[in-house]
Design a protein around this ligand. Sequence first.
Ligand code: 3Y8
Ligand code: NAP
Length: 248
Amino acid sequence: MMRALILGGIADASLLAAEIARAGIDAVYSYGGRTRAPADQPLPTRIGGFGGASGLADTIRREGITHVIDATHPFAAEMSRNAVEACAETATPLIALERAPWAEVPGDNWIEVTDVHTAVDALPEAPANVFLAIGRQHIAPFVKRPQHAYTLRFVDPPEASLPFAAELIVSRGPFTLDGELAMMRTRGINWIVARNSGGDGAHAKIDAARMLGLPVIMISRPQLPARKRVESVTEVMQWLGHRTCLGA
Ligand code: 3Y8
Ligand code: NAP
């Protein structure tokens, strides 16, 4: 009897959960517990870590999980690595639903870097108005460049004080082109730091930067272990042996 575990926490995982619920497949949706009020899902939902790869393996055994779908964000590298390890240990089929990275198009002015530290080094010496669209967990390294005026965007209001003075926007997305253009214009943003998340929910800032002729320091994705990987909900449903109303 099939029982799927969806490692979720991002828009594509919510689309998958809707299809799985519609197909009547027995499944559990899992959030990491990063935000105060994650979006409701049409499936039984668990929130919080498993306790490393071994904790995930125990959950798979205890809950009788027969299939694991890693539909986490491309930067959720630890979760993805744990899923590969736990599924190998328990001989559980695993598939990753991972959207394609954004690609630079004519008019873009990207400076591609490998991590947040090289992103800091890529900023100009002269004071700038910098939009850090990389969330809450990884902003501390920017304390090294206090000459800039920073605008941050978080999902939830911060519990602790910020590591440096900054303008804070609290918004969970998805974001619109008009909204991003207005925000960048009113704040005189002239540099953007982003992660190559892919997908549509956070791409508007990349289009807005191109339209305004602004440079984007783009942090590329972490390396993940080899595992079966698809880019569409339809392919996941086919892997589960189900047709979807999404066509194909
Ligand atoms: C808890 C689930 C949706 C919409 C929300 C998508 C879009 C916004 C891209 C910017 C970039 C960022 C951030 C982002 C993206 C969508 C989608 C996507 C980037 C939620 C969600 C959870 C999280 C966790 C949160 C992180 C933070 C990262 C904000 C829910 C809303 C910046 C990543 O305060 C914190 O601790 C937040 C932590 C991980 C990165 C960070 O390090 O701060 N996402 N985001 C998931 C869980 O607990 O398992 O609350 O409902 C989901 C979304 N995140 O349709 O669901 O394409 O999915 N989220 C990045 O790309 O750099 C925003 O602001 O432009
Ligand atoms: P991460 O660094 O890869 O994972 C750190 C630990 O958080 C994991 O080892 C695991 O704890 C727990 N965890 C992460 N995702 C989980 C999930 N879906 N269910 C249960 N436990 C989970 O993860 P992250 O980058 O902080 O991302 C956390 C969540 O936010 C994920 O659901 C991800 O999809 C979502 N998200 C992340 C980003 C981002 O920029 N990273 C963007 C959008 C959404 P244990 O080791 O205890 O099992």
